[in-house]
Design a protein around this ligand. Structure first.
Ligand code: 1GP
Length: 246
């Protein structure tokens, strides 16, 4: 089954899907291998791999290791055109529709398209929206774009609708990795009420309760990253998965 259909299937069967973001700069080798097995055992539904800025971590090695250590899909979450790899199950083909920087809306995509075609990667068109989250995030700084103000759900609704009408398959409401505050529940609610495509929410989610609130407000996929970089938190993986699956 292709990854997009797999995710829709998970959403239908479990009410929502739980994806875990792997930053190859932060985890590798044995530790990565045990982490992904623990995620699979706890009930996670897949992995996003990538980041706005990769310093030294190797995306290809991380994906190979994930594929070797578990059966869950490895989906590239590209911060740049060079973050593409044939062995991945899919790539979130993200267009930064909350920004006004053409390079991140369509420019990089043109460079990446022939590479994706050659690699025969499944591209999942995703409207990516940065939401103000307290402090400046790496995604915001690197993309050089203004996030949508937290108290302006109507801007988020109009932007997400535009993404849907442009034919995108998912809308990703992103607080940014390590965000001080996650995307406001009111905004998740307003956007998921307005659009028909599944909403992904990530950035700054640090408790199962917070993850659950996003689901209760209409999110269909929740992403966590930073929180599990601390091995002491791994025992909470199951609690997160259970909070997300209805
Ligand atoms: C970032 O939404 C993801 O793109 C995850 O964010 O690392 O803050 O959980 P965190």
């Amino acid at each position: 089954m292709k990854t997009y259909s797999y995710l829709l299937d998970v959403i239908e069967k479990k009410g929502a899907a739980y994806l875990i973001l792997i930053d190859p700069d932060k985890i590798s080798g044995e530790r990565l291998s045990s982490f992904v097995s623990a995620c699979e055992k706890a009930g996670a539904d897949g992995f996003l791999i990538g980041g706005s800025l990769l310093m030294g971590g190797n995306l290809e090695v991380a994906i190979d290791l994930i594929k070797k250590s578990c059966k869950l899909p490895a989906i590239i979450f590209p911060g740049a055109v060079h973050q593409l790899y044939k062995q991945a199950d899919a790539v979130l083909y993200i267009s930064l529709i909350s920004g006004r920087n053409a390079e991140h809306i369509i420019g990089k995509h043109i460079i990446a398209a022939p590479i994706i075609k050659r690699m025969e990667l499944e591209a999942i068109s995703t409207g990516y929206m940065l939401i103000e989250s307290g402090t400046k995030t790496t995604a915001e700084y690197i993309s050089g774009s203004l996030p949508i103000p937290r108290n302006k759900p109507e801007i988020a609704v109009a932007t997400a609708l535009a993404g849907q009408y442009l034919g995108m398959k998912f809308i990703y409401l992103e607080g940014g990795s390590g965000a001080q505050f996650s995307v406001p529940n009111e905004m998740v609610f307003a956007v998921s009420k307005a659009v028909d495509i599944p909403i992904i929410v990530g950035g700054g989610i640090r408790t199962p309760q917070e993850a659950r609130e996003k689901i209760e407000n209409g999110a269909k996929i929740v992403v966590t990253g930073n929180f599990f970089e601390d091995e002491n938190n791994w025992n909470l993986l199951k609690e997160f998965a259970e909070a997300i699956h209805i």
